[in-house]
Design a protein around this ligand. Structure first.
Ligand SMILES: *Cc1c(COP(=O)(O)O)cnc(C)c1O
Length: 388
């Protein structure tokens, strides 16, 4: 029986040729391709600045750092995300908290955020310095609603757009940062495009972009205007602050550029497969992912919720029986604060009831660019077998 993963990369001859050419070039890192990749990504996403780094976790880390997150600062995010979104704040010794999700879109709920902000203010509590919406499954959060609250309550916004390369929200590309300080993307092989490992930050703020470039490379500058004394000579550079080695290589940038050329074809294929699922799953005891009007999701994840009124079978058993049928379903995500490490920080079950109810019902079905109709039919037949 064919095993169908929940996601996988699509690598073709053009990708192979691009990486081979990079390998034969003069530079394997710190060459011209990283800048070309950044320029092309920025152009496609309608934003002036893009800073590529070694993975999205590093992107979150330096984006938070450059926005002043550190000890004594507070970051709020969605519990329905990969642990990296909140871990990056903990690296910087900041405090994190979680805001419940919308039960239809599985994104951070702007209503829940407003209620939590208002209650915190009334109680004289600490308001967040930064809020990080996660565009779950490739569909943008309500960024206009979030931006109104950011203006009212005075917090910064970084979008975790790891799932949303190429997505469009209310007519604007996700990552254009019309309503945020910065957006971050992931190029892990399960995501929309891949560089093996890789990440990137977009912003409209030139100063922030320059700061991110410094933080990516040890906090070092070669810009004489920023130096504390005149240059000692052609070799001279200064380290102005503590940064990291978070660079993307030329090989990865070559792959990223080549994958960007295939992005619109990827999007069409994902959209067609998602719609085909919508059609094929209509009569099964499942709740489908709600899409808001005006959202063009990148369709990174196809998540269904088991209709608990109609299916009594245990979640663990459903997953096991689907795996036995070659359908390698996954689950995105257990609420982050239920992880043992977060429990050790004092988080308790019950914090975000909608995210917990979602976790009890959600299944991520296989969806990837090179998935065939036969693969998809195998998934649907297995679901019918197991659930009905
Ligand atoms: C994948 C992912 C990350 C981390 O990405 P890496 O590139 O693997 O570091 C962060 N946030 C979300 C929502 C993700 O899905």
């Amino acid at each position: 029986m064919k095993k169908i993963p929940y996601s996988r990369q699509s690598i073709d001859a053009s990708d192979l040729a691009a990486v081979e050419a990079a390998l034969k070039s003069d530079f394997l890192t710190q060459g011209p391709l990283i800048e070309e990749f950044e320029r092309e990504f920025a152009r496609i996403h309608g934003v002036p600045h893009a800073v590529a780094v070694c993975n999205a976790t590093a992107a979150l880390h330096i984006a938070y750092q450059a926005l002043g997150i550190g000890a004594g600062k507070l970051v709020w995010t969605s519990p329905n995300t990969f642990v990296a979104t909140s871990n990056a704040a903990l690296y910087l010794d900041a405090t994190v908290d979680f805001v419940d999700i919308d039960p239809r879109t599985y994104n951070l709920s702007v209503d829940a955020l407003k209620a939590k902000l208002t209650a915190t203010r009334q109680a004289g509590g600490r308001l967040p310095d930064l809020v990080v919406p996660v565009h779950f499954g490739g569909q943008s959060c309500d960024m206009q609603g979030l931006a109104r609250l950011a203006a009212e309550f005075g917090f910064r916004v970084v979008e975790d757009a790891s799932h949303a390369v190429g997505a469009v929200t209310q007519g604007e590309p996700v990552g254009s940062c019309a309503h945020s300080d910065a957006a971050i993307f992931s190029f892990h092989p399960v995501k929309i495009i891949t560089t093996g490992e890789g990440g990137l930050i977009t912003t409209r703020n030139a100063e922030l972009a320059a700061h991110l470039r410094r933080l990516r490379a040890h906090g070092i500058t070669r810009d004489a205007a920023l130096m504390t004394e005149p240059s000692h000579g052609t070799w001279y550079y200064q380290q102005l602050e503590l940064g990291w080695n978070f660079r993307l290589t030329e090989l990865q940038s070559a792959l990223g550029l080549s994958q960007l050329k295939r992005l619109s074809a990827f999007r069409e294929r994902r959209e067609a497969k998602a719609r085909r699922y919508d059609e094929l799953l209509k009569d099964l005891p499942l709740k489908l992912h709600g899409l808001r009007a005006g959202e063009n999701s990148a369709r990174h994840l196809y998540v269904v919720r088991v209709d608990r009124a109609r299916v009594k079978k245990d979640k663990r058993k459903i997953f096991e029986e689907l795996h036995q049928r070659g359908v390698l379903v996954n689950l995105h995500y257990m609420p982050v604060y239920l992880q043992p490490y977060y429990a050790s920080l004092g988080f308790k079950p019950g914090l975000c009831p909608e995210a917990e109810a979602y976790y009890a019902e959600a299944i991520t079905l296989p969806l990837f660019v090179d998935m065939t109709d036969a693969d998809q039919d195998q998934v649907v037949a297995a679901l019918r077998d197991v659930l009905v």
